[in-house]
Design a protein around this ligand. Sequence first.
Ligand SMILES: NC(=O)c1ccc[n+]([C@@H]2O[C@H](COP(=O)([O-])OP(=O)(O)OC[C@H]3O[C@@H](n4cnc5c(N)ncnc54)[C@H](O)[C@@H]3O)[C@@H](O)[C@H]2O)c1
Ligand SMILES: O=C/C=C/C=C(\O)C(=O)O
Length: 479
Amino acid sequence: MKIQNYINGQFVNPINNDWVDNYCPADGEIYGQLPNSSLEDVEKAYNAAETAFKEWSQKPIEERSRILIKISELLEVNLDRFAEAESKDNGKPISLAKAIDIPRASSNFRFFGNAITQFSSESHESIGLDAVNYTLRQSIGVVGCISPWNLPLYLFTWKIAPAIATGNCVVAKPSEVTPMTAFLLGEICTEAGLPNGVLNIVHGLGNLTGQAIIEHPNIKAISFTGGTSTGAQIAKVAAPMFKKLSLELGGKNPNIIFADCDYDDMLSTTVRSSFANQGQICLCGSRIFVEKSIYKKFKSDFVEKVKALKIGHPSNSDTDIGALVSKPHLEKVKSYINITKDEGGTILCGGKQVTIDGYENGYYFEPTIIEVPNNECRLNQEEIFGPIVTIMPLDNEDHALQMANDIKYGLSATIWTNNLKRTMRMSSKLQAGIVWVNTWMLRDLRTPFGGVKASGVGREGGFEALRFFTETKNVCIKY
Ligand SMILES: NC(=O)c1ccc[n+]([C@@H]2O[C@H](COP(=O)([O-])OP(=O)(O)OC[C@H]3O[C@@H](n4cnc5c(N)ncnc54)[C@H](O)[C@@H]3O)[C@@H](O)[C@H]2O)c1
Ligand SMILES: O=C/C=C/C=C(\O)C(=O)O
């Protein structure tokens, strides 16, 4: 099966006929190929977008909104097909793709289709100066969207929907590791009546296709989600060209548990926040800090629950833990097990690759809990992005805050407590873009989403995304 680029509403092969293999993580087999698009393909996509921009940017808001909502509806109609494709391409359990990934991709289009009808700009009456200022928020032109492999269609559409809602045209690149649902999206966009050239999808490797997008002199804004070092590389290229940049990067998020929390709710949510999507969510709570008085109990209950998780083929409806996304990623995860001893850590459960009958070459790994002696070790400081969490006791609120913040990342944090004052104090002091209290991954798409420190720059979500994808101009009129 050959995936093609979607340029100017047409499915086309890469100009240089260069292809990359696409692997199925559940069995390690190559099951297709995708274009490794070059500068010429990106140029072609850019030209299509540039041509489409004139009409699309002037299309009445209601018409744009209708098309976005139509795309949302078609994703709902095609839920099973998309969920199966996502699960096969990524290794995630089919149940997760059906309940989270594809519904959320659909919601992204519905949400921004509605949000654009409510978007407005400011005016400032300059009293005493006989003037009025009004602000325009205009489409930028052609923008670039680049996304990672962990939540493929979910994160791809989270960028594309606000970009096109605001009248821009897009050159988008999904991860080369998980290109399939982005490929299928092209069909749906055409069926929904999205004019040719408004969305162009080019596939390929980051250092070729991705690099061509970020270096393009006329792609004026880049919305990127992915690793911190890739984000730094993108900033290096884009900043001297004065491009607008939104960077959603890595995380190593604290999950802080106090004795006064609702224990059962905390325990079941912590299993999810540790291992959902095989721990490959930038928001996973991978450093767990537990108040001393309940540490022992938590440790044994948590281990028991995690041992009960079912590792299996992603297409089985009762699988909790599917396959990791790729062989190199599996090797990376394993490398952290190899350093556990040197770091003074103790594996409480998991720690091993798993072989599944009939799928011996799949990339399966046990959900793993490691007790660590301090927060300074590499297991606590480096983003593993897989099914490994660490646990450590905490003394008090200050100790928890100190450990939570003593890291280069700052994406999200979770606190489990029923103490209101402590919640307020800690929420204000945690160095993170998102704080969840007594919950995890509860998403309201109107809220600002993003990280601080090495976790990124800028915010997605709601009007923040619509502001990012528009250029602001103030007009001052004297009367
Ligand atoms: N903050 C967030 O919202 C968020 C969400 C999901 C994933 N992530 C992070 O993403 C990482 C895992 O994803 P990944 O391995 O796909 O990340 P990655 O940085 O390797 O790749 C992300 C995307 O960037 C492209 N890319 C790579 N090099 C490029 C270059 N030089 N120029 C332009 N594009 C380039 C890739 O092809 C891919 O499409 C983790 O670090 C994770 O924390 C962050
Ligand atoms: O792995 C990263 C998860 C990102 C999630 C979102 O961007 C979101 O929920 O909007």
